[in-house]
Ligand binder design. Structure first.
Ligand code: NAP
Length: 343
């Protein structure tokens, strides 16, 4: 089994499904720090005043250093996270971390189009085609080289047709066979994610399952995929949870007027448990047995330190049951998410 073997006294480690890769239960996602604009809620407060490439490269390196020291052994990027792949590659090289000592995932499908601005008309442009895959695999490999373990379709949907595109699926499998990546995955987004996951589970080329791992939104407000993710896990897929803080809505700092009741109710439960709202939210996700790795989307090392502590929290059954009552209807959850501004 590759990676995370030597972590002693750090975060617990698990196999990522049948990939042959081993991951820490907490991973670090770089969506918030690879580019100046994103949809989380407190960016003006939590990022350097001038979000220059140098400042965000330094923030990424500080987060990666803190994550590594805590035992984090899964790092998640994407072609569209601005310069996240490049910042991660620079950090891996500078720290002398060899391929195989860490598990690195990235994603293809979206092109970054914001030109390092916060108020771009279009931040990302999506195309889940064979041509885009071929182009972006080359770009990712040029930056991450043999560190690339898991290559994921970014927000694959049933409607896009990509999960039934035989030529594309064959090219994905060929990339895995050639060693360009070690495992294939897809990430999911939106209220029809269940249909995409069902198609992914069925996808075969020459009888060989195409996908080894799935990355899905799982949080207190949007837990609807958990039963299907349990089935995926039982079928041998690695399961990665993203957006565990609902893009910052599940944190004490959330001051969205529409979430005032939510935050007050969660604050009371968190106070009873003696932790912060964000800790409760993360601990609840890590406590789901079908989740192999939950992603921290930390923008600061202080947030990350809280996430590392929370990953070790065992919630009592009463608290877990109380937290399960915060689920929103998926359509309502995704409509709110679609309204979060890029800042
Ligand atoms: N479709 C996809 O494939 C997809 C989509 C989304 C994410 N992802 C992956 O999942 C990772 C995490 O997702 P995400 O960052 O979008 O969502 P998230 O983890 O739900 O939210 C992260 C944000 O929540 C806020 N936060 C976290 N802990 C906090 C705390 N203790 N106190 C206050 N605020 C806190 C921070 O935002 P502020 O500092 O701005 O408040 C942080 O940037 C990404 O980095 C990426 O790797 C993948």
């Amino acid at each position: 089994m590759r990676a995370a073997r030597g972590v002693k006294g750090g975060l617990p480690v698990r196999p990522l499904g049948r990939t042959g890769l081993a991951v820490s239960r907490l991973g670090l996602g770089l969506a918030a720090v690879g580019r100046p604009g994103y949809i989380t809620l407190g960016r003006a407060r939590d990022l350097p005043p001038a979000r220059t490439p140098e400042a965000l490269a330094a923030r990424t390196a500080a987060l990666c250093d803190a994550a590594w020291a805590s035992g984090v052994r899964y790092f998640d990027a994407a072609r569209s996270y601005g310069r996240a792949e490049e910042f991660l590659a620079r950090w891996l090289t500078r720290r002398g971390i060899a391929a195989g000592a860490v598990v690195v995932g990235s994603k293809w499908g979206y092109r970054y189009t914001a030109g390092w601005t916060i108020d771009a008309a279009v931040h990302e442009e999506k195309e889940l085609s064979l041509a885009r895959f071929t182009q972006q695999l080359g770009e990712t490999r040029a930056l991450l080289g043999d560190h690339l373990d898991l290559y994921q379709i970014h927000s694959a949907t049933a409607e896009s047709g990509c999960l039934e595109d035989e030529r594309l699926l064959a090219a994905l499998v060929a990339a895995r066979r050639s060693g360009a990546c070690r495992a294939l995955g897809l990430s999911l987004s939106g209220p029809t994610s269940d249909r995409a996951l069902a198609l992914a589970l069925a996808a075969r080329i020459d009888g060989e399952p195409v996908f080894d791992a799935v990355q899905a939104t799982v949080n207190l407000l949007e837990p609807s995929l958990l039963p299907l993710l349990a089935a995926a896990h039982a079928a041998g897929l690695g399961v990665i949870a993203k957006e565990v803080h609902a893009n910052g809505r599940l944190a004490d700092a959330n001051d969205r007027p529409g979430d005032a009741g939510l935050v007050a109710a969660l604050r009371a439960l968190a106070a009873d448990a003696g932790v912060a709202i964000a800790d409760l939210a993360l601990a609840w996700v890590v406590g789901q047995p079908q989740i192999d790795v939950a992603l921290s989307g930390a923008a600061t090392t202080a947030q990350l330190a809280g996430h590392v502590r929370a990953a070790a929290l065992a919630l009592d059954p009463d608290t877990s049951a109380a937290l399960a009552r915060f689920a929103e209807a998926p359509a309502a959850y995704w409509a709110t998410r679609a309204r979060l501004p890029w800042t």
